[in-house]
Design a protein around this ligand. Structure first.
Ligand code: ADE
Length: 426
């Protein structure tokens, strides 16, 4: 896009990760402030594989706030954007850049307009928490542009008002969203439990099952659950508080069997609560259930053999995608072999676009091309005569990733999404 050069444009570009909850957030006690009915814990996913990049800019030449998402202009009128913009502007500080001739007093921010461009490096409709990464990136980049004094935990309480799970994307590694007690939400924020280096053996494989827009939005799903499910109260008051303590302990000790048991049972209970909602909510589809069955069978056989031999955890969010967490690279390679055996790509799909992210897991699995996929040996349960239906094309693609770092500012102007002279999308 072209446009006249502006008087001056000040801008910041940042990159923010997405996250996957291993103790789930489901149900609000305040819909406007987005206050949850229980604490939750997540793993931040490596932004080298899944991330949002956002450029925010300000100029006296801009005549209104504007935003472009993945290259298309979108409205900023929604409550979630307005809450974040209002909260950030209220905390803005003086900004001075002598070289560029920029001098902004903190009271000026109320009258200056913003241009925002954001890009998700994964399909927005794939059910991969794009709004979590997106709102976290918006708040983080605006906080840098407006020179806020708040730390990431305080910023997380602002991001929370844009999208609940966005608050957990303000940190890398392992993150807890504390539900808080205050009516104004000031103590409902994210804290880091451990950074991404603490447990870097873990490998995360996501099966993107369908890129269709999900049928029940989380917002209306949660509302229906809180209004109609009896089980949700038991979950929020009795089950989750104990699981949070146990999960923090499992993460601290890198105790994989406990981590896996907690993550899997919590995912199961989340879907049970959805089923207990009237009318019931089904987020998993046939492909998810087939993966779930396969994973449960493997876990059950591990459990029967020895109680601490569990190698893979799974969790399903409010959508059909399976998120699998392998104990280490060796088990991730074995898991990938099984997944490719059971869920092979369609004949016109190349391996390079079927497995994205950290492709080195493929090499560990000894898979270099489609011939290797076709030559994969059947997993042991086939020998045990349990029928496995091969499901070509049911998985759109797999993402291999790991725990990753938190938000960062990208100083290199070539990575900006807005033109530094005009403040319009490049
Ligand atoms: N929703 C989905 N992706 C987003 C993004 N990058 N920024 C803001 N909202 C979003």
């Amino acid at each position: 896009m072209g446009g006249e050069p502006a008087k001056w444009v000040s801008m910041v570009t940042a990159r923010t990760p997405t996250n996957i909850a291993v103790i789930k957030y489901w149900g609000k006690r305040d819909e406007t402030l987005i206050l949850p009915i229980n604490d939750s814990i997540s793993v931040t996913l490596d932004p080298n594989h899944l991330c949002t990049t956002t450029t925010v800019s300000v100029s006296p030449s801009f005549d209104q706030d504007r935003m472009w998402l993945n290259g298309k202009e979108i409205s900023l009128q929604g409550g979630r954007f307005q809450s974040c913009l209002r909260e950030i502007r209220a905390r803005a500080q003086d900004v001075e850049d002598e070289k560029k001739g920029i001098k902004i007093k903190k009271e000026d921010w109320q009258n200056l307009h913003l241009h925002i461009a954001s890009y998700n490096n994964f399909p927005t409709a794939a059910g991969l928490a794009s709004s979590a990464a997106g709102l976290a990136c918006l708040v983080f980049s605006l906080a840098k542009l407006m020179n806020l004094k708040e730390d990431n935990s305080q910023l997380s309480a602002i991001a929370r008002q844009g999208s609940g799970s966005a608050c957990r994307s303000l940190y890398g590694g392992f993150v807890k969203w504390i539900m808080g007690k205050e009516d104004n939400g000031s103590d409902s924020l994210a804290v880091q439990l451990a950074d991404e280096k603490h447990w870097d053996e873990l490998v995360i494989i996501i099966a993107v099952v369908s890129a269709r827009q999900k049928e029940t939005s989380s917002t209306s799903g949660m509302r229906d659950t809180v209004e109609t499910s009896a089980l949700i109260q038991h979950r929020a008051k009795e089950v989750v508080p104990k699981r949070i303590i146990q999960m923090e302990d499992a993460i601290q000790k890198r105790d994989f069997p406990s981590f896996a048991r907690l993550a899997c049972t919590d995912s199961n209970q989340f879907h049970a609560v959805c089923l207990d909602t009237y009318p019931p909510i089904f987020y998993m589809n046939d492909t998810s259930h087939r993966q779930d069955n396969q994973l449960c069978r493997e876990m059950e056989s591990c459990r029967r053999n020895t109680s601490d031999n569990v190698q893979v955890a799974y969790t399903f969010d409010a959508g059909p995608n399976a998120v699998m967490i392998a104990r280490n690279r060796k088990t991730a390679a074995l898991l990938l072999q099984r997944l490719l055996y059971n869920f092979p790509p369609q004949s016109d799909t190349d391996l390079d676009s079927y497995i994205i992210g950290d492709k080195s897991i493929l090499q560990d699995a000894g898979i270099n091309d489609m011939k290797d996929v076709e030559g994969l040996a059947p997993p042991p349960e086939i020998k045990d005569n349990i029928l496995i239906q091969k499901s070509k094309g049911d998985v759109s693609y797999f993402i291999c990733t790991r725990p990753g770092g938190g938000p960062v500012v990208l100083a290199d102007e070539t990575q900006a999404l807005l033109n530094p002279l005009t403040g319009l999308p490049k």
